[in-house]
Structure formats: C-alpha cells, structure tokens
Design a protein around this ligand. Structure first.
Ligand SMILES: Cc1ncc(COP(=O)(O)O)c(C=O)c1O
Length: 451
C-alpha cells in the first residue's frame, strides 16, 4: 500500500486500523522498537527527538483572506444590515451549505450563539439546562445570561464527554434542555443523549464550538439536536478572531434566533422580543469567507494525522488517546487529547512527564485546570437574591450538595493534549516525532524520578 496513491478516505481508514505501520518513506517502528531514538533523555543531556523544526502556525491566513478583508474595507459595507449580499449573509449561506443545514445565523462569538439559542427556545428564569463541567466558561455563561440554572453532569472519564447516565440522573421537573459539548471537537454520545431528551421532552442545543465539520452517524455535529452552535475564535479550526454561528433546519426557530440576536428586531423590521445585539460584523465574515475554501482539506489532513498518531500511541502503556464513540466518522481535532496514567510511569507526576517531553522538542499541555463545578460562580449565584427567588431553598441546597463531578476531576488531572489546529496540519514525520518522544520518555520512565 503506497500512501501517495491513497484517497483521503482510504488514508484515514488505513491509519485508524493501524495498517500504515509500513507505509511511506520509512518504516514506522512499532512501540517497543524505537531503538536509536530511545537513548538518553534530552532533559538529562541526551539528544532531543525533535530539534530546529517548527509546527504549522495557527490561525491560518493566505492571500485570499487578505484580499477578502481589503475588499470589505473598500466596499464601505462594514455592518450586516447595510446589504443582503454583504460578507455576513454570504458566509451564513456558505457555512449552512458546508454543514448541510438550511439556515445559519452568524454571531459575534460562540457564547453569543449559545445564549441566542437558549433565549430563542424560551428558556429563562426558573429553568435548568444540563451541561458539562469540562468546557469553556462560555458554555455556562450562555445559560446564566438567561438567568437559568446550569446543572453540571459528570463525564465519561475516557472520552471526556458528558456521561449520559449522569445526565439522566440530573433531570428535574425544571429541566428544559441538554447542552452537550463536543469536547476536543469529537462527538459526544449523541445517540444516548437524544434518547434521554426525547424521553423527558427536552431540547438539545449542541455546543459544537470546537467541532467544525465533525461527523457522527452520518450527520455533521451541530445538525443532530434542535440547534447547533460554533465558535470562530482565533484558536478554532475555522477562525476569525472572535465569532460564532448557529445552524438549524427549523425555519421558524432559526428566524427567532435571528430576531433574538438582532436586539429583538425581526427580519420584518419590527422589534418583537427581548434580545441582545449579537450581530457578526462584516470584517469577521470577510476573514471567514477567505478561509472557508481550504477548510475541508485541512479537516481531512488533521483527521488523517490524528488517526495515524492514535495508531502509534494506542499500545503505549500509560498513554490513552481520547475514546471515540461508535458512529464517530471524523472529528475536528481542535485538540488531540490523551490521558496520562501515572501508574504506568512509576507514579511520576504529569508535570514531570510533560517537562521531559518538552525537552524532547514536543509540547503537550494539561488544558482545563479544574472543572467549572469547582469555580466560585456556583457560590456566587447561590448567594444572589434573583436565584433565591427563582428556585426553592431545597432545590438550591440539593444543587450545592450534588455539584461534585469526580470523573471530571480525574480528567483534569490526567489530560495531556496538543493544541491541534496548526500542529495536526503537519507531516507524518511530525506525528512520528510526537509518538517517538512519548515512547522515549516511557522507555526511560525509571529515570524520571531524578528530574
Ligand atoms: C466548548 C466551548 N464552548 C463555548 C465556547 C465559547 O465560544 P467563544 O469563545 O467564541 O465565545 C468555546 C470557546 O472556547 C468552547 O471551546
């Protein structure tokens, strides 16, 4: 099998099956056979696995992006309401097409997109929304902005996604929606989550802020629930600095999202409901329009590299790549995530492992330090008269009592991930550097305690 003759789809399938081991310019060492690279650790004075090499940088830009901004500047159309054919409406059309949905409403951020959905679905004071503690604060900010109660359910320790069983345990008579967060850009267990939503008559707002173009059971993430939200903040795999988008197929609901995000003013020009002003501006959409043409190709490259990296890491003791649910066809690979299981590294702390790895020229990071269930906002809202009026004392006491999410705590402690938007656009040799450095540190685990 020659990698150069493979279609992208075949490459991803082959890499997932681990059958690329003998493909390409050099034979890839199976784990345990890394020979010359497994010499002295760089942190102890040995040769680093990777030196004088850079990673593809992110955010991405090219001349198309620059031309698009210049064109917008010169057009003097800088705000979406100035023209129906400006960059924002054009981006909305193109993004909806790319995602396979009928409609898109662009916003100023992912948080704004999520909050718009919460309001458009009529969720507000006294209501509860179940979501993840392992996410960006923007997820819960969207619920708090509507003065509803974010209820945090625990994670599946191996996928870093919401545990559907814990979600169901946390449904109360006030629950109106579930907000699954597709962490790292890979899918939640949407099958189970949608079943729970159907059983309890709940809405599903997908937080796909990290999950552009990812597919689960033949559907793009963001198209499975009632509404799907994206972020285009700088680090994301489609990026314009700050930006967001909502997608959906229900025309009336998407029209409501437009109205809410446009300070309550509808496309018909009447101010009809309460709403903030969350419009995306024309410069943000100009960047996005310049960036969309290569997005699918970059997505495929990240998937191929992620599958290859997983095929190299899956048998390394103590390094467990993110678990993917059945039906996962692809992920955005905003992050390439693994768990570091220190019991396989002579109980050496993660920080020491990461330090040794960094000296080899490969950087992995811990990501979110602690889950949102451990942040002070919970005590803050419990002390607020507005929350004390909306919810019974009994409910708020139970809320505090049940705030623990032990699996999330474990995930925070074990996480070792790569910011992947740029790096996963690298070459197969770049991926080999990552895997070889990890294997080298593993093979030298007996020396780590001296660092
Ligand atoms: C999972 C998740 N949800 C929500 C957000 C909020 O998006 P934004 O930063 O565009 O407001 C982010 C952004 O980092 C995110 O990663």
């Amino acid at each position: 099998m020659d990698r150069n003759n493979l279609t992208r789809r075949q490459f991803i399938a082959a890499a997932s099956a681990g059958s690329l081991a003998a493909v390409g310019s050099r034979t890839i060492p199976a784990y345990g056979n890394i020979t010359n690279r497994a010499s002295k650790l760089a942190i102890l004075g040995g040769e680093p696995v990777r030196k004088n090499k850079s990673w593809p940088r992110w955010p991405y830009w090219d001349e198309k992006v620059v031309d698009s901004i210049v064109k917008t500047t010169k057009s003097r159309i800088w705000c979406r309401i100035q023209s129906k054919s400006g960059t924002v409406p054009t981006f909305e059309k193109q993004f909806a097409e790319l995602m396979g949905t009928k409609f898109c409403v662009a916003t100023g951020s992912g948080t704004q997109a999520l909050h718009t959905c919460v309001e458009a679905l009529g969720i507000g004071p006294g209501d509860e929304v179940i979501t993840s503690p392992y996410t960006d604060p923007g997820t819960i900010a969207s619920i708090l902005a509507a003065r509803a109660l974010p209820v945090l359910a625990d994670l599946d320790r191996e996928s870093y996604q919401l545990d559907p069983d814990d979600v169901e345990r946390r449904v109360t008579e006030n629950t109106k929606a579930i907000m699954p967060v597709h962490m790292m850009g890979q899918p939640c267990h949407m099958d189970a989550i949608c079943k729970i939503a159907k059983k309890h008559n709940l809405k599903v707002i997908e937080d796909a802020a990290q999950a552009h173009l990812s597919e689960y059971q033949g559907k793009k993430l963001g198209t499975i629930g009632d509404l799907g939200c994206f972020s285009f903040q700088s680090s994301k795999t489609i990026a314009c600095g700050e930006g967001g988008g909502i997608i959906g197929n229900d025309e009336a609901l998407m029209d409501k999202c437009y109205t809410v995000h446009n300070h309550g003013t509808s496309r018909r020009g009447r101010t009809e409901v309460a709403g903030p002003k969350y419009r995306m501006n024309e410069f943000e959409a100009a960047v996005l329009l310049g960036q969309l043409p290569g997005a699918a190709e970059r997505f495929a490259r990240r998937n191929a590299n992620a599958a290859y990296l997983t095929s190299r890491l899956k048998d390394v003791p103590g390094i467990r790549p993110q678990k993917l649910y059945e039906g996962t066809a692809s992920g955005s690979y905003y992050l390439y995530a693994t768990s570091y299981l220190k019991e396989h590294f002579n109980d050496v702390e993660r920080s020491t492992f990461l330090k040794a790895l960094r000296a080899e020229g490969v950087s992995l990071s811990p990501y979110i330090a602690q889950g949102l269930h451990r942040e002070p906002w919970i005590e803050h809202i419990l002390s607020q008269p507005v929350y004390q009026k909306m919810f019974s004392k009994r409910r708020l006491e139970r809320y505090r009592r049940e705030s623990a999410c032990p699996n999330c705590d474990q995930v925070c402690q074990e996480m070792a991930m790569i910011w992947a938007s740029g790096p996963l656009l690298g070459t197969k040799e770049d991926m080999d550097d990552v895997a070889d450095a990890i294997v080298k540190v593993y093979e030298n685990k007996d020396k780590l305690s001296s660092i």
